[in-house]
Design a binder for this molecule. Structure first.
Ligand SMILES: Cc1ncc(COP(=O)(O)O)c(C=O)c1O
Length: 419
């Protein structure tokens, strides 16, 4: 029987539910830490390596603090994420600000915090100069166009709205040098949830070659290359995790060939991963509310696409465990649904599970990244709580569930008689 391990028992989950009713996301601190250390260890062979955790994947200050203690920076993409970083005590060069279609106030905030600003477009050089002023170091995002194939989640780079073309990079860095910028970074991000290590090695090679060409032609100095995020996770039980060692060894080899050989040492190498850092260590816990038998058999839960959007929008696979029935045969074919008035509000379609009953607790796996974060309020659904499971199996609420008061907080009912 295909299965995925859980870091908690049914008894523990019932103890948590007694205090915090379902649905909620629960994050496993022990494995987040172990995985972060594995990543650092594997990449210790790469010069100046640093991971900037992509805050958008799990924008919770408690998780950010745990990762900060491991030496990770924060990759922010919006005002809210910048403020979250600041409130967590992450400031200065510990912030990578990778945004697009950026408003002036976000550039101003990023500059105030001393963040490394990663520009998405050549026109933003002048815009940044006028609004916040050019900092000493600036990074640019490269869109390799037809030079590199994207993957299914992110699409073809030529169709993607992000980044500078190669020609624009030469023009842009030249302009910034003339304007007095002293140091530079180079970034790209062309894959999402990619399980093939060579993909990242090839990306590194493209960036290293490009940094070498830009340095030679323009006489500028690169402080770092940022390979972006996008390392995938084994959502399906038969998939293998990506080998950090394989990526790191390939990146190191490409570094030696392009950076060391071109005397560009000590260029540093950064990643801004989200999914692979926390994704596998989060679980959406939900209770079965109803069973419905029409043309198909449906399991209706108390969670919905508002708590986890990936299956609904990408058809993404998330493994489901029926708690306490781990050893029962999966004999029944179900669609597992939420209660939104949207037919794609399904966590699984045609999924074989043990016979499910009302009141069963379902654990939806791998929700630790782009899970709660992508939540929304359609149909007046409320965002769930987030719980942290500690190493000693004690637990802590790190975000409370929304209430109807939160939902209505932006409405003023007192003026209804004026319409
Ligand atoms: C610019 C940027 N960096 C990093 C990430 C994190 O990607 P992942 O969580 O797949 O590692 C994203 C994801 O959307 C992104 O857009």
């Amino acid at each position: 029987m295909v299965s995925k391990e859980l870091p908690f028992t049914e008894e523990k989950i019932k103890e948590i539910i007694a205090k915090h009713p379902t649905p909620f996301h629960i994050y496993d601190r022990k494995n987040i830490l172990e995985n972060s250390r594995k990543l650092k260890e594997a990449f210790s062979i790469v010069n100046g390596f640093r991971e900037y955790f992509a805050v958008k994947a799990l924008p919770n200050p408690y998780i950010m603090k745990i990762l900060k203690k491991e030496g990770f920076g924060a990759d922010c993409s919006s005002m809210a994420e910048l403020v979250l970083a600041e409130k967590t005590g992450i400031v200065g060069k510990d912030i990578m600000f990778s945004s697009n279609d950026t408003p002036a106030e976000e550039f101003i905030k990023a500059k105030e915090l001393g963040a490394i600003i990663n520009l998405d477009d050549i026109s933003h050089i002048e815009y940044l100069e006028k609004t916040a002023g050019l900092p000493e170091i600036v990074c640019c995002r490269y869109n390799p166009g037809s030079l590199k194939k994207g993957n299914t989640l992110i699409g073809n780079p030529e169709e993607a709205k992000y980044g500078f073309t190669r020609e624009q990079l030469f023009e842009g860095y030249k302009l910034m040098k003339e304007k007095g910028v002293k140091k530079f970074g180079l970034h790209t991000m062309v894959a999402s949830n990619e399980l093939e290590p060579d993909y990242f090695v090839e990306t590194a090679r493209i960036l290293f070659e490009l940094a070498a060409d830009l340095s030679k032609e323009l006489g500028i100095e690169f402080e770092f290359v940022n390979l972006g995020g996008g390392i995938g996770i084994p959502y399906r039980p038969d998939q293998e995790p990506v080998s950090y060692e394989k990526i790191a060894e390939g990146v190191r080899e490409a570094y030696d060939e392009n950076i060391t050989a071109n005397s560009l040492y000590p260029l540093k190498v950064y990643l801004e991963c989200g999914r692979v850092i926390t994704g596998p260590y989060g679980y959406l816990v939900t209770t079965v509310r109803h069973l419905k038998h029409i043309y198909k058999d449906y399991v209706g839960t108390d969670a919905s696409m508002a708590n986890l959007m990936r299956p609904g929008i990408y058809g993404a696979y998330h493994h489901i465990t029926v708690l306490g029935k781990e050893n029962e045969e999966p004999t029944h074919l179900y669609d597992v649904t939420g209660s939104l008035c949207e037919n794609n509000d399904k966590f699984a379609i045609d999924r074989l599970l043990p016979k499910v009953e009302r009141g069963d607790i379902l654990v939806i796996h791998d929700t630790g990244a782009h899970g709660h974060a992508m939540g929304f309020n359609y149909n007046g659904k409320l965002r769930s709580a987030e719980i942290l499971l500690n190493e000693d199996k004690s637990f802590m609420e790190i975000r409370r569930a929304e209430t109807l008061e939160d939902y209505f907080a932006t409405l003023d009912f007192d003026n209804l008689d004026k319409v």
